[in-house]
Design a protein around this ligand. Structure first.
Ligand SMILES: CC(C)(COP(=O)([O-])OP(=O)([O-])OC[C@H]1O[C@@H](n2cnc3c(N)ncnc32)[C@H](O)[C@@H]1OP(=O)([O-])[O-])[C@@H](O)C(=O)NCCC(=O)NCCSC(=O)C[C@@](C)(O)CC(=O)[O-]
Ligand SMILES: NC(=O)C1=CN([C@@H]2O[C@H](COP(=O)(O)OP(=O)(O)OC[C@H]3O[C@@H](n4cnc5c(N)ncnc54)[C@H](OP(=O)(O)O)[C@@H]3O)[C@@H](O)[C@H]2O)C=CC1
Length: 429
């Protein structure tokens, strides 16, 4: 990779952008041929991916630029329908790049499989009995999936919880076995589910209870990725706003989100604006990551901000984002969807852990992009200017008319479909 810093990329034509991408990634024409194809996901492939297929649903694929993470350049593929997300991520990545880039780290990648047991005669005895044969159960789980063990992963540990133990509980008492599994570079749902299903009969026998659910948990709190950035205030100057004003506004916005779930949910939606498009472009399961991220944001008892923004002793703005990141670089649709294969090739990540770290860095950038706009000019200025093109299309503009109508809407400060329809009518008269 040469550099992810490609100034004015957005002002080029699509052909010119592809050429610049080819140069930046040192790709051949063949590498990018899937982008030029009218049918990036062949219908025959789509028909094998899900059920009752009648077509495909294309999304725009844009590039998050300027990302420097742990000293390495990344061009970030982002599949998303909403305007201004890609621009905003690139905008903040450019600022953070000048501040030395994002720093990231990740925990080991341990996912959780759950086995639910009900109707035990003695729950404490059942728990003790499972823990007494923990090593045998781990061995048995690994025997059902030798290939993941050969790759250096597999079941590592096991734990037992008793739920609804209090006499005042509304629900029946149940025992839940947690199997902790290293799924290597796979998200691992199928690996985990195979393992916990295989253990179920033995667990029933030992606990003298009935097993119902045998499934992974999407609260992947042992599969964590964390990104940080430290930005001097002079890099945050925006129009007439000083860097210190922007920094303090961002911190206050964080404190608002961290104190109020009504704000936290919008703040966190802004973070997922960055995360989901990368998850989708890389063929990963965005429902799994979304569910895990929001549950993790509630881990201290109320729903709070996923990010943390503070000031350090030198007056720099410090941003942090830590999230469960149950993604893979293999498995699921990753090697099936041609665009996802290209996305992985573009990212050049060497492991699922590295990809997880890139994704949280994009989430952190996206949050700052939104907060910086919100504490200065407001969200409408940058966002609506870019949204104006979609509004023009929704009003019936086509071809060169789209940009003309969009510009008129921005000038008139009336970016709405009704106004756009009037302008389209005038234009076509
Ligand atoms: C839109 C910007 C970036 C403009 O911001 P700007 O200051 O006008 O940008 P600039 O002209 O100074 O350009 C700086 C860099 O930004 C990028 N950039 C700049 N323009 C483009 C473009 N057209 N296409 C692609 N990239 C663009 C590009 O990398 C460029 O560098 P260059 O290439 O020139 O060296 C800014 O206003 C912004 O970040 N706004 C926030 C947008 C946002 O957050 N959108 C999300 C949708 S709103 C939402 O859903 C979430 C929310 C807001 O509710 C969350 C919350 O409440 O917390
Ligand atoms: N609640 C949820 O989130 C659920 C999600 N799902 C879905 O499950 C899918 C993900 O499951 P997952 O088990 O990851 O996918 P797969 O079963 O498709 O793929 C994982 C397989 O890839 C192979 N593999 C090749 N290289 C590696 C490597 N370096 N590290 C790890 N494995 C490797 C392994 O098989 P081998 O060793 O044999 O080569 C492994 O079993 C997603 O599509 C998701 O949507 C399904 C159920 C529930």
């Amino acid at each position: 990779m040469k550099s992810s810093r490609i100034p004015g990329f957005y002002k080029k034509t699509i052909e010119e952008r592809r050429e610049l991408l080819k140069q930046a990634l040192e790709f051949s024409d063949d590498d990018l041929s899937v982008l030029a194809s009218q049918e990036a996901l062949p219908i025959e492939t789509a028909d094998k991916m899900i059920e009752n297929v009648i077509g495909t649903f294309p999304l725009p694929l844009g590039l998050g630029l300027n990302f420097l993470i742990n000293g390495k350049d990344y061009i970030i593929p982002m599949a998303v329908e909403e305007p201004s997300i890609v621009a905003s991520a690139s905008h903040i990545a450019k600022i953070v790049r000048d501040a030395g880039g994002f720093k990231t780290e990740a925990s080991e990648r341990i996912m959780i499989g759950q086995i639910q047991v009900v109707g035990c005669k003695d729950f404490d005895y059942a728990k003790e009995s499972i823990l007494n044969v923990k090593n045998e159960l781990i061995k048995a789980a690994n025997a059902t999936y030798p290939s993941i063990v050969a790759r250096g992963g597999g079941a590592r540990d096991l734990d037992v919880r008793i739920l609804n133990d209090s006499p005042n509980s509304n629900y029946g008492k149940m025992l839940v076995v947690h199997v902790y599994i290293d799924t290597c570079d796979a998200m691992g749902a199928n690996i985990i589910n195979t393992m916990v299903e295989s253990l179920a009969p033995t667990v029933e026998e030992i606990t003298e209870g009935k097993v119902y659910l045998r499934i992974l948990s999407n609260l992947a709190d042992r599969c964590i990725a964390k990104a940080t950035c430290v930005i001097p205030p002079e890099l945050l100057v925006t129009g007439d706003y000083s860097g210190e004003e922007v920094r303090d506004g961002v911190i206050s916005a964080f404190e608002f989100a961290d104190s109020d779930p009504y704000r936290a949910v919008t703040h966190n939606k802004g973070i997922m604006n960055g995360i989901d498009p990368v998850i989708i472009a890389t063929g990963n399961d965005w429902r799994a990551v979304e569910a895990g991220a929001h549950a993790y944001a509630s881990r201290f008892g109320s729903y709070r901000s996923m990010t943390k923004w503070s000031v350090d002793a030198e007056g720099n703005l410090v941003g942090e984002l830590e999230l469960p990141m149950s993604i893979g670089t293999v498995g699921g649709a990753i090697r099936v969807h041609p665009i996802s294969q290209l996305a992985h090739k573009m990212l050049k990540t060497e492991s699922a852990s590295e990809l997880a770290q890139v994704i949280v860095a994009v989430g952190l950038a996206q949050n700052l992009g939104a907060l910086k706009a919100l504490v200065t000019d407001g969200i409408q200025k940058g966002h609506m200017a870019l949204h104006s093109r979609s509004v023009a299309i929704a009003a019936g503009a086509t071809g060169e008319m789209i940009d003309i109508i969009a510009e008129q809407l921005v000038k008139l400060k009336e970016i709405r479909v009704g106004k756009a329809k009037e302008l389209v009518e005038q234009y076509t008269k």
